[in-house]
Design a protein around this ligand. Structure first.
Ligand code: XMP
Length: 511
C-alpha cells in the first residue's frame, strides 16, 4: 500500500490534509515534525507533506526538520509554514510581511506543467500567514504568485520538491483537490489503492494472525458507531470467538437499550452478553450533583461491571476497542496548537485491572471513514449516521441529582423532541438534537389549574466535529410543536425553553 507521511507543525488544518489525501485514494499518516529521520527512511513512505504551523521559521525554538529529509529522493510538498521551512533550510530567504495575509487571494500559475497543472488563471486560493518567502532556494523556480505574494508556489522539479504558500487542503482553495492530486499522481507517481474494501481485507488478515485459531476477543459495545464497527470487523476475522458486552446503565434514551440489543443480536447476529445494571449505576449516583463527579462515578461503575462480566466469560486474551484516529492524534501532542487535547470522557475505556492485549482496528481511520466502513460492513444509513451520544448518557443532561423519576421525564421529553426533528427532515443536518432537564420548577396553568413543574431545554446544534458548534436556527413552527407536545405529553413538565448558545463559550452538553 502506498503511504504519504504528513509532518505536523501545528496547523489547525493538518488533519484536513490527511483526509484530503485519503479521499484521493492514498493512505496518509500524521506524525509530529520531530519524527526521526531513520524512521522516515524505514517507514515505507512514498511522499512527504510538510504541514502549516503558527510559528515563524526564524523564531528561536521554531519547529524544524533535518534538512536531509530533502535528500531522501522522496517528493515533498510544503504547505504554508512548510514552504517557509523549505525556503529557509535549502538556502532561500524568509521575511516577516508587514501585515498578516488572511483570506482569499487569486493565484497566477506561472508553470502549468507540474503542481499547478490544470489550475486556472486567477484561481481562488486561501492564505493564512504572517511571514513570506522573499527569495527561492537555489534550484527552485517560482511557480505561482498572487498580488500580495511573490512566491505563492515554488518548485524544484528535478528533486521533486514543491511548496505552496496557500492551503490547498481547505475548501476555499477552489482547485485545491487538483493541486493535491497533481502532487500525488503526477509528481509522486502514486496510484490510488486506499479503499475501505482493501482496508477490511488487510485488517481481517492482521487480526487473524494476531489472535490465532482458538483464542477469544472481548468487545464492549456502547451503542455508538465506533464500537459497533469495531465488533463487526473483528467478527469477520474471528467469528463467534468475539464476545461482546453491552452494559445497560439505565442512562440511555427511551427504549434504546432494548432497541440496541435487537440490532446487535437480530440484525448482526453478534455474540453479545447484555448486562442490566441500571440499579447499580443509579445507586452509585444517589446524591451526586457535581458534573465531574457524575462522570467519575459512572466511569468507575462501568469498569466494575465490565470486569465482573469479563471474568464470567473467562479466557479472553484480547480486548477490541473503537479508538479512532482523531483520538490517537489528540493524545500524542506536538508543540503546536493542533495538539489541543479534548478531555475525552469515554465510558468504555480499558479497565485498568484487566490484562488484555488491545485490538484497535480503527486507529488509522477518520470518523467519515469509520462511517464508510460501517456501510461496507452492512450497517444501514440510520445506524451509521446516528447522532453522537455521550458515554455518561442522560446523567449529564439531568442538571442536579439523577433519579429514576427524572430519567423517565427526560427520556419521554427527548423521545418527543427527536420524533419531531426526524419528522421535520432535519435529523441528518444536525450534529445533535436532545433535551435537557433542569432542576427548576416554574408556574403554569393547565385546564384552569395552576401547575408548578419542571423545565425542559431543547438543544439543537450544528457542528462539523463537535469542537465548535452553533444553535440550529429552528423554524418557530418546529419549536412550537416540540414545546406543545412535550408539555402535553410528558408528565411533570410545564415549560420548554430553547438553548441558543454557541460553543464556545458554552459546551454542547450541559455538564
Ligand atoms: P461538549 O459537551 O464537550 O461535547 O461540547 C462535545 C461532543 O462530545 C460529546 N461528549 C461525549 N462523548 N463521552 C463521549 O463519548 C463523553 O463523556 C462525552 N461528553 C460529551 C458530546 O455529546 C458532543 O457531541
Amino acid at each position: 500500500m502506498r503511504k504519504v507521511l504528513i509532518l505536523d507543525f501545528g496547523s489547525q488544518y493538518t488533519q484536513l490534509i490527511a483526509r484530503k489525501v485519503r479521499e484521493l485514494g492514498v493512505y496518509s499518516e500524521i506524525r509530529p515534525f520531530h519524527f526521526p529521520l531513520p524512521r522516515i527512511r524505514s517507514g515505507g513512505f512514498d511522499a512527504i507533506v510538510l504541514s502549516g504551523g503558527p510559528q515563524s521559521v526564524y523564531e528561536k525554538g521554531a519547529p524544524s526538520v533535518d534538512p536531509k529529509i530533502f535528500g531522501l529522493g522522496l517528493p515533498v510538498l510544503g504547505v504554508c509554514y512548510g514552504l517557509q521551512l523549505m525556503t529557509q533550510l535549502l538556502g532561500g530567504a524568509v521575511a516577516p510581511s508587514s501585515r498578516r495575509e488572511y483570506g482569499s487571494a487569486s493565484l497566477r500559475p506561472l508553470n502549468r506543467r507540474g503542481l499547478l497543472a490544470g489550475v486556472e488563471d486567477k484561481s481562488q486560493v486561501w492564505m493564512s500567514h504572517g511571514d513570506k518567502a522573499e527569495r527561492v532556494p537555489p534550484g527552485f523556480v517560482v511557480a505561482g504568485r498572487t498580488s500580495n505574494t511573490k512566491i505563492a508556489a515554488m518548485e524544484d522539479a528535478v528533486r521533486r520538491l514543491h511548496a505552496v504558500q496557500f492551503h490547498p487542503e481547505v475548501i476555499h482553495t477552489r482547485q485545491g483537490r487538483r493541486i493535491l492530486s497533481n502532487f500525488l499522481f503526477r509528481i509522486a507517481g502514486l496510484e490510488p489503492d486506499w479503499s475501505m474494501g482493501s482496508f477490511i481485507e488487510r485488517k481481517v488478515k492482521e487480526i487473524r494472525a494476531l489472535v490465532g485459531h482458538d483464542r477469544k476477543v472481548l468487545c464492549g459495545l456502547s451503542g455508538g458507531v465506533d464500537s459497533l464497527v469495531t465488533a463487526l470487523l473483528v467478527r469477520r476475522a474471528v467469528g463467534r470467538r468475539l464476545v461482546c458486552i453491552f452494559v445497560d446503565n439505565g442512562l440511555l434514551r427511551k427504549s434504546q437499550a432494548a432497541d440496541l440489543m435487537a440490532v446487535f443480536r437480530k440484525r448482526f447476529d453478534l455474540n453479545v452478553v447484555g448486562v442490566g445494571a441500571s440499579r447499580f449505576f443509579l445507586g452509585r449516583l444517589r446524591g451526586v450533583v457535581a458534573p465531574e463527579r457524575k462522570r467519575k462515578v459512572i466511569g468507575e461503575a462501568f469498569i466494575r461491571v465490565f470486569e465482573r462480566e469479563a471474568r464470567k466469560i473467562g479466557g479472553a486474551a484480547f480486548l477490541a476497542q473503537g479508538t479512532i484516529y482523531p483520538d490517537v492524534i489528540e493524545s500524542a501532542p506536538v508543540q503546536g496548537p493542533s495538539a489541543t487535547i479534548k478531555s475525552h470522557h469515554n465510558v468504555g475505556g480499558l479497565p485498568p485491572g484487566l490484562r488484555f492485549k488491545l485490538i484497535e482496528p480503527l486507529r488509522e481511520l477518520f470518523k467519515d471513514e469509520v462511517r464508510a466502513l460501517g456501510r461496507e460492513l452492512g450497517m444501514d444509513k440510520d445506524l451509521v449516521e446516528q447522532h453522537p451520544f455521550p458515554g455518561p448518557g442522560l446523567a449529564v443532561r439531568i442538571v442536579g441529582e439523577v433519579t429514576p423519576e427524572r430519567i423517565r421525564i427526560l427520556q419521554d421529553a427527548d423521545a418527543v423532541l427527536l420524533e419531531e426533528v426526524r419528522r421535520a427532515g432535519i435529523y441528518r443536518r444536525l450534529w445533535q438534537a436532545f433535551a435537557v432537564l433542569l432542576p427548576v420548577r416554574s408556574v403554569g396553568v393547565m385546564g384552569d389549574r395552576r401547575t408548578y413543574q419542571r423545565v425542559v431545554v431543547a438543544r439543537l446544534v450544528e457542528s462539523v466535529d463537535g469542537m465548535t458548534a452553533h444553535c440550529y436556527p429552528a423554524p418557530p413552527r418546529l419549536l412550537a410543536r416540540i414545546s406543545t407536545r412535550i408539555v402535553n405529553e410528558v408528565e411533570g413538565v410545564n415549560r420548554v425553553v430553547f438553548d441558543v448558545t454557541t460553543k464556545p463559550p458554552a459546551t454542547i452538553e450541559w455538564e
